[in-house]
Ligand binder design. Structure first.
Ligand code: DOR
Length: 313
């Protein structure tokens, strides 16, 4: 029997898979479907302090030939109190740990949301999103490394418990080094989730000569298969640079094969966005089966046996 279980920030997951924040997790009914699915865990839509409608539609589209998706959702969410309420009602005897994503539009908003969760003293795990590319006028904090450091200097001591951050993709070795140096400063920063969508791509329809999505003149975050190799590089770069911490891999997972590659690159868990959006939560059973088959064929009994063991030439 193959063991797909893992541990993130001290919490046990029966299998490595869960949703990428943003997909199938804005409302309680969607979260319930994740709870009932074959996933090992679940994470809520990134919350802002207030409820947000998000950007005008069309704001998400799958791209032709299965290469992935473009989105500029603009953080539509119910406001943090909705997710705090969900976390209060959550049955923590359930096998799946609950992750809560927070994406304040300012440090002050992140502080207020974190304080509310800390005060509620719940066994959920906080993941602070430093990498939404889709709010006009709000640059991604993950690309301002000093500002991210300053935010962590405020938030990490407040949170006290192990927590995670969602990072944007980086494309330069110097940036991997600089971000890792910041992350390594905070003992209770237990994991990084790599990667958020590849920000500000542009998809254009050949026939109509028109951008495919409406917000930001058609600019939006790219996800799905086309970002797999960028995601693998970020997972591996941070796996190598963050001893004692963990990496959650996300980006380009459409089958068990890409999940295996994420783990080989160093991922302790694997989140899925575009493919979950397209296929729905039944996807988790398929992908677990596919990963199990690959592991059986290769003779691996647990994910630890090959995690981070990618060979180089
Ligand atoms: O691609 C993304 N879209 N990443 C985020 O962090 C937020 C989301 C949105 O709501 O735009």
């Amino acid at each position: 029997m193959v063991d797909l279980s893992t541990t993130i920030a001290g919490a046990h997951l029966d299998n490595v898979f869960f949703n990428a924040s943003g997909v199938w997790c804005q409302h309680e009914e969607e979260l319930q479907a994740l709870l009932e699915s074959g996933s090992g865990s679940l994470i809520t839509k990134s919350a802002t302090y207030e409820h947000r409608e998000g950007n005008p539609s069309p704001r998400y589209l799958p791209l032709p030939s299965g290469i992935g998706s473009i989105n500029s959702m603009g953080l539509p969410n119910e406001g943090y109190e909705y997710y705090l309420n969900y976390a209060r009602k959550f049955d923590y005897t359930h096998a799946k740990p609950l992750f809560i994503s927070l994406s304040g539009l300012s440090l002050a908003d992140n502080v207020k949301m974190v304080e509310a969760f800390v005060q509620a003293n719940l066994p959920c795990i906080l993941e602070v999103n430093f990498s939404c590319p889709n709010v006009p006028g709000k640059p991604q904090l993950g690309y301002d490394i000093d500002a991210m450091d300053a935010a962590l200097a405020t938030l990490a001591p407040l949170i006290k418990k192990p927590f995670g951050i969602k990072l944007p993709p980086y494309f330069d070795i110097a940036h991997f080094d600089q971000v890792a140096a910041v992350v390594n400063k905070y003992d209770n920063l237990a994991y990084v989730t790599c990667i958020n969508s590849v920000g500000n791509g542009l998809a254009i329809d050949l026939d109509t000569e028109t951008a495919l999505i409406k917000p930001k003149d058609g600019f939006g975050g790219l996800g799905g298969l086309m970002v797999l190799n960028t995601a693998l590089a970020n997972v591996n770069a941070f796996y190598r640079r963050l001893p004692g911490k963990q990496v959650i891999g996300v980006g380009g997972v459409v089958s068990g094969k890409e999940a295996f590659l994420h783990i080989l690159a160093g991922a302790s868990a694997v989140q899925i966005g575009t493919q979950l959006k397209e296929e729905g939560p039944a996807m988790f059973d398929r992908i677990k089966k596919e990963l199990t088959e690959i592991m059986e064929k290769k003779g691996y009994k647990s994910v630890e046996e090959f995690r981070g063991k990618v060979k180089t030439l």
